[in-house]
Design a protein around this ligand. Sequence first.
Ligand code: HEM
Length: 507
Amino acid sequence: MSDLKKLTNEVGAPVADNENSITAGPRGPVMMQDVWLLEKLAHFDREVIPERRMHAKGWGAYGKFTVTHDISRYTRAKVLQPGEETEVFVRFSTVAGERGAADAERDIRGVAIKFYTPEGNWDLVGNNTPTFFIRDVHHFPDLNRAVKRDPYTGMRSAQNTWDFWTLLPETFHQRTIVMSDRGIPDGFRHMHLFGEHTFSFYNDKNERVWCKFHFKTQQGIQNLTNEEAEKLNGMDRESAGRDLFTAIETKNFPKWTMYVQIMTEEQARNHYENPFDITKIWRHAEYPLIEVGELELNRWPENYFAEVEQAAFTPAHVVPGIGFSPDKFLQGRLFVYGDAQRYRLGVNHNLIPVNQAKGVKGGVADYHRDGFMRTDGNYGRTPAYTPNSAGYWTSQPEVAEPELELEGAMWRYDPKEDPTDDCFRAGGDLWRVMTEDKKALLIANTAADIASVTDNVKYRHAVHCYKADPEYGERFAKAAGLCWDKVLELAKLDNNGLIQATLTPNV
Ligand code: HEM
């Protein structure tokens, strides 16, 4: 970057005029030989890259993660050892809106944390909710098609969203969270952050436990009502980004306390439901939060496109001591992020500075070579193949994680056929711990969100609310103007029966 404040062309030659095109005579057409003009236009034409398929609107900041408590009995990950301080880059996002969408929308919020650890980058790619809508990767493209734009009208459609959600009872808990007061956080600083999935830890002795990650905001929870959000969006579409920017610029650095929940392999085997099902949570009373450390954001990136738009996170990036789990939803995510980024940013996206590993002894050595935009030395003359007699870049078996025994035949299992599966318990538990004002808000928000939707879909939701808690069902049915006797009648049906009875608007 030149600090002489003198304009050059793309290869460093001085540019004489950046405002007046070369023309044939004072009023004549532009000449092809105005090559700087051609270059300027051609570059401009190519400046927009594909947006993220979801989580397109986002904001990022750098900071640090400091370990304050000792969890070395569970994990050998260097980044989680007592006293360790690690640089991080965090990107917050909304999910359904496009790159230009307003920040204060009712939606879940994404939070992707890149820990630049000495053992490689660890990406924790989570949300501001402890659970998720769905649990089979097959449903993920459909979820996004249901909440994004309708192919005919080109508009967002509450009908599509609620139709899809209510056809899958496992979405109920997340539906309840999104419609609750927490559905529109007041900026990113005032919400908790969750890894959502079950991951694994393994320690120096190669003993494995299952774990979940939680970050509690030190700023306190604050949310917006529909009315406050509408007003805010009318005044400032960037409200959450601006709030984060202002906090960092005024050195009011936002902080979160990180906790983990731990479940042993033995406990997982005896758990009363599938502990690897992302639509379920682990009750805190049974699996208490264990404090680990503090996340602080303290530096705004120098350039939005370079560092925020080009940031690439993937749950596939873990470090020794942290592993995956049999959660089949997580398994699907392990493929899709890198794949999306190869399309969005190119095959060499890990060479973009914000994505590069920092402080790894010996540097990155992966044998990946060539491809578009390979901007470094491409590993020079070192061998391109392995094994090689020069002894280059051999595997490191000492970091291998413990083996995992699996059981059962290969098959397409529907979790709803698992007798321990209850899609409504967690949502019902949440309803029962809500104070009266929170319950009233949940009912009012849901009634407003679902108002334009056909009655059959409303009945499906009412039945789900009823199954979670009769009071929840009755209050929603009343707010949505539904017949209570009909709700009770439909509630006698099983899931397939309910779907059949509510396929058309004439219930
Ligand atoms: C199988 C289910 C899922 C699939 C297929 C999927 C797919 C994707 C894709 C393709 C992107 C865009 C990536 C990019 O262009 O860089 C993305 C972004 C994101 N996803 Fe997912 N996702 C899934 C589930 C989840 C879940 C359960 C969470 C939270 C726990 C989550 C959190 C995020 C976040 C935070 C981002 C934005 C990352 C950023 O800031 O760059 N996703 N997802």
